[in-house]
Design a protein around this ligand. Structure first.
Ligand code: TNX
Length: 626
């Protein structure tokens, strides 16, 4: 080809034009996806003279934004004179019914960004969207020089599908200091979630200072340090120090609650009773049926052997809970207190004299009715402190407390039952929302109980068809149990990107669900996380290996699969590393004679993308038995 100057000019023009076209066409990668987004031509350029204007009542929201962009841009935004561009936050004069209390409208024009909402929460969410519209470098903790901070022109109308959009962190099984708890809250708020459920007590540690019961944290916050698989650990030895753990002072709690409030996040405290109470009983053994002594559990099995439940026959259990819930209620401004109620082993109640007397006196026929008696008394206490009671779906057993809100975790059954009885429910079924479960082939993930993939999170719908009045479903929640989460980096790994998917389930219209579109937006957000130094899992790029049992031939075949359909899978059986010259998977595989392992690796556009997964044929055989 002959490149005359004319041709070069024409080609350059073409290229420029197509790039421009591409830029206009590119839809901003927002998570959760807004209700309505119109992409316009042009962009707003944030610079050091950009004015940031908000009424005094909303100044804090503007300041949070100014704080977030300060490090990477070096700009100190405010109401500076002489600026040529403006970001304005304003409350609607007349209530806009369509967007409700948490929605917003966002209008980005070349020299002006306007965020409007009915309530401050909406302004906050609008500013999170503005953050996401900025280039990924905005997530940097260090200054980025010579960057054009442009925001594409858009018009957005956005509001949430559910009012309850939660994430739970279990700080009992492993202790997480308040600094990282704040980080977690900050991150969930950026994805427009508004509840932080703080699982503060369990068998492995009591984490909240209760001033009238000092032993709860002096004793209950500390266990022996252990590594190794949870439930397979050796118990604390007779002379072994209990030096692993920690707790939040009441001042710490106030600090975290305030931090959350500034980000429109309600903190839901959970005090898990009557079961899951070994840490409390290590401090106050007289509240058990058997009297102890007990040690705070290290992750060794003890169910059915050691007593870990408060004795509902003992009036002192209620005196104790009155004190605990009184102090908890004073610390947390939200309307709910979660009292747990899950997985209570009732074996010791059956042989406890006090429990038997209680059952006779109160005409209770079963241990479940005794648990229900206990929970109903919890509700009376919670209400007397001006709060509403919430509990796991086990609180349905033996009769639901009159005004209880149910958090449904063993599937949606409990939630459906409660909603049919006109109780409020939060849907958090383990199969869609349990972020402690491994997220890809178990051979490629740190071990936990079972699998929960990104697509299972994304495909979740908190409103099952069986519920006649969906308004009883307040929303949903992702739960990070921490048996196998010994560090904050790993908490991040387990949370993201699955919590991206959940944030979208809880916020975006059901009708706009589109997996491929979500994956491409997720990709952009993972790049932002790289800049922000936040950990995440890439398990969605890995292949899963599934043995398919063939009962006739007493053998099995192997299916390989990926959640992202456009990936190619290459495999080997010969103990070499697979690459894109190895056999490519198209259909189920038989196992070659003598093969002892299968190795698989995924590719996208001829580039390796997942991690290599290796499984022994023996392990696959075991999987067929599970
Ligand atoms: C069940 S969910 C529990 C937790 C565990 C979790 C592990 C619930 C109310 N109780 O104690 O950590 O499973 O997935």
């Amino acid at each position: 080809m002959n490149f005359t100057p004319f041709r070069i000019a024409a080609l350059t023009l073409c290229l420029l034009f197509s790039q421009k076209m591409f830029a206009v066409e590119t839809i901003p990668a927002l998570i959760p996806e807004p209700v309505k987004l119109e992409k316009l031509a042009g962009s707003f350029k944030l610079n050091k003279t950009t004015k940031l204007i908000a009424a005094p009542a909303n100044k804090e929201i503007a300041e949070l934004f100014a704080d977030m962009i300060k490090a990477p841009t070096g700009f100190t935004l405010g109401n500076t004179a002489g600026g040529t561009s403006t970001i304005q936050l304003a409350i609607n004069k007349a209530y806009n019914k369509q967007i409700g209390d948490e929605g917003y409208t966002l209008d980005v024009k070349p020299t002006k960004i306007t965020v409007m909402a009915n309530k401050p929460a909406g302004l906050f969410y609008g500013m999170q969207t503005v953050m996401q519209l900025l280039p990924k470098e905005i997530e940097s903790a260090e200054i980025i020089k010579n960057k054009v901070w442009s925001i594409p022109c858009v018009k957005i109308t956005d509001y949430p599908r559910f009012g309850w959009r939660g994430l739970m962190l279990d700080v009992s099984r492993h202790y997480f200091p308040k600094e990282v708890v704040k980080k977690y809250i900050n991150q969930l708020a950026k994805y427009k979630m508004n509840v932080f459920h703080w699982h503060l007590t369990d068998d492995q540690g009591w984490r909240i200072e209760i001033k009238s019961l000092p032993k709860l944290t002096e004793v209950g916050a500390w266990r022996a340090s252990r590594m190794g698989l949870w439930w397979k650990r050796d118990p604390q030895g007779a002379n072994e120090a209990a030096d692993y753990g920690g707790y939040y002072t009441q001042n710490d709690i106030k600090e975290v609650v305030k931090y959350a409030q500034e980000r429109f996040v309600t903190v839901l405290p959970e005090i898990d009773v009557p079961g899951h109470s070994l840490a409390a009983l290590a401090a106050y053994p007289d509240l058990s049926c058997t009297g102890g002594p007990f040690k705070v559990n290290v992750g060794n099995t003890f169910y059915g052997v050691d007593d870990n439940a408060l004795c509902p026959g003992n009036e002192q259990s209620f005196v104790f809970m009155e004190k605990v819930l009184g102090e908890v209620a004073a610390l947390f401004p939200g309307q709910y207190i979660h009292i747990g109620g899950d997985e209570c082993f009732k074996g010791f109640w059956k042989t406890c004299k006090k429990c038997q007397k209680r059952m006779t006196d109160e005409n209770l026929k079963t241990p479940e009715e005794l648990q229900s008696y206990f929970i109903k008394r919890m509700e009376t206490i919670v209400k007397s402190k001006g709060k509403k009671m919430m509990g796991w779906d086990e609180i349905l057993e033996g009769g639901l407390a009159p005004e209880a809100t149910v958090m449904s975790w063993r599937g949606m059954k409990g939630g459906i039952e409660a909603a049919k009885m006109n109780h409020h429910v939060i849907m958090t079924p383990a199969d869609n929302c349990y972020l402690d479960l491994y997220q890809g082939d178990p051979a490629g993930e740190p071990p936990t109980y079972s699998m929960l993939t990104l697509s299972s999170c994304y495909n979740f719908d908190p409103i099952p068809a069986e519920i006649p009045d969906p308004s009883f479903v307040l929303g949903g929640q992702g739960n990070l149990w921490a048996e196998s989460v010994p560090s904050y980096r790993h908490a991040e790994y387990m949370t993201w990107p699955r919590a991206f998917a959940l944030s979208e389930v809880f916020w975006s219209p059901k009708e706009s669900k589109n997996w491929n579109n979500f994956i491409s937006r997720m990709e952009s957000h993972l790049q932002r996380y790289d800049v922000a130094n936040i950990n995440y899992a890439r398990s969605v790029y890995d292949a899963a290996i599934t043995p398919l049992k063939d009962s006739v031939n007493k053998t099995f075949r192997i299916a390989l699969s990926t959640e992202i359909k456009k990936l190619d899978i290459y495999y080997t059986f010969d103990n070499t590393f697979p690459d894109n010259f190895s056999p490519k998977y198209t259909d189920t595989l038989s196992i070659p004679k003598g093969a002892d392992h299968i190795r698989v690796l995924t590719y996208l556009n001829n580039k390796p993308i997942g991690k290599m997964i290796t499984v022994s044929i023996k392990d696959l055989e075991k999987r067929t038995e599970d």
